[in-house]
Design a protein around this ligand. Structure first.
Ligand SMILES: Cc1ncc(COP(=O)(O)O)c(C=O)c1O
Length: 383
């Protein structure tokens, strides 16, 4: 069965343009200064086993969609963490521990951030305590434990786990490493975003094509804002920036639509777990409010298909292991191209060089297997 018929009914749930769009390198670098990004790059590139993650051409997909180039930044190869998150939490641990060995690091997490913190602590021989809510899967818990962290299961949601983490950390003088910034908590989240900007620096070294469009997945917006800051620092030309969220957890879209940071209610958690967030982080809001050209949302429906098609080389010559949060970039691009109006408005065509972020690999192995199987059934049935 042809690729075309497999993807012809993929669509965007919601799409909005940002009326406040005004890209200013100066403003962005006020929130995340160049020095943060340059220090992150010079530190992380010296870590053991550092190498750039592959920038893979989705040549079969670009042929089908009639797009110049589609590049997929494959973060499944990021150290042994299989996620871009390795660049954030672990780097923040590196900086805030300042070489001290007798400290304990703590964090509350929905999964990947905690793994990065635990891995960062292990790298430096530090104790680590990770707080997770009842929503975090056993498989995710195991992958954090593998790095020697002690796990605390907390009743309720992520916010409950954060409260408990703050309480215990204050009591025990543990150093908290969170990736979400608030009015009074900015430095550590800035470090994590500076780490994420490395994906853009590497991309600038891996292709001499000017990137014209970037699709950026968002949960609280840290990854997207870190990438935008990377664009401001490392790219000569400014691409169109498209923020991608699950339809049930579109806190960035809602905030941009309303022109102010807006909390949403999540009625059903998305399968794209890391992106299922109800409120933006402050610094990402300050960066994204004027730099996102547009926001779009997608449903969970095509996540299994995408995971399977990445693995079965439907989009490229290379097999790609992409987890549930890697799929949305691919789904959004296909869906945007299927909608004539959106395609035209975004000016997607033969001259476009699109960058997609393959955020993670099979971090949650069990979920990956389930989704891959589900996608394979449809694939084999030709649906
Ligand atoms: C695995 C994973 N976790 C979390 C996120 C969300 O990151 P952030 O909360 O920084 O927007 C993403 C991507 O958007 C992701 O791929």
């Amino acid at each position: 069965m042809k690729l075309k018929s497999k993807i012809s009914n993929w669509n965007v749930s919601k799409f909005i343009f940002n009326r406040e769009y005004k890209f200013s390198r100066k403003d962005i670098l006020k929130y995340l200064p160049k020095s943060y990004m340059e220090n992150a790059y010079s530190s992380i590139t010296k870590w053991n086993n550092y190498s750039k993650t592959p920038l893979i051409s989705l040549n079969k997909l670009s042929g089908e969609l009639n797009i110049g180039n589609i590049f997929y930044k494959d973060e499944s190869k990021r150290f042994n963490l299989k996620s871009f998150k390795a660049l954030g939490g672990a780097y923040a641990v590196d900086i805030i521990s300042k070489g001290m060995k007798n400290i304990t690091i703590s964090s509350a997490t929905a999964g990947n951030h905690g793994r990065s913190v635990a891995w960062g602590a292990k790298r430096l021989g530090l104790n680590c305590k990770i707080f997770i809510s009842q929503n975090v899967s056993k498989a995710r818990e195991k992958t954090i434990e593998e790095f020697g962290a002690k796990i605390f299961r907390v009743k309720g949601n992520y916010e409950n786990s954060l409260k408990e983490c703050m309480k215990k950390s204050k009591l025990n003088k543990w150093k908290i490493v969170q990736d979400v910034s608030t009015r009074n908590y900015k430095f550590v989240p800035k470090l994590t975003m500076a780490g994420y900007s490395i994906m853009i620096k590497e991309t600038s070294l891996q292709t001499n094509k000017y990137i014209t469009h970037i699709f950026l997945q968002a949960g609280v917006g840290g990854m997207a804002a870190g990438a935008v800051a990377g664009v401001a620092r490392y790219f000569k030309r400014i691409p169109k920036i498209i923020i991608v969220e699950p339809e049930n957890a579109a806190c960035v879209l809602k905030s941009i639509e309303k022109g102010k940071m807006t909390k949403i209610k999540i009625s059903k958690e998305s399968i794209m777990g890391g992106m299922s967030c109800n409120k933006m982080s402050l610094i990402p809001w300050q960066i994204l409010k004027n730099t996102a050209n547009c926001c779009l949302t997608i449903s969970d429906k095509k996540v299994p298909d995408t995971i399977t098609m990445l693995a079965k080389k439907s989009f490229s010559d290379k097999k790609i292991v992409g987890g549930e949060c890697s799929a949305p970039g691919v789904i959004s691009l296909i869906s945007a191209c299927n909608n004539k109006k959106i395609r035209y408005k975004l000016n997607l065509g033969k001259k476009s060089n699109v960058l997609l972020i393959g955020c993670e690999g099979d971090v949650d192995k069990e979920l990956y297997k389930i989704l891959y199987k589900k996608g394979s059934k449809k694939f084999n049935n030709g649906k």
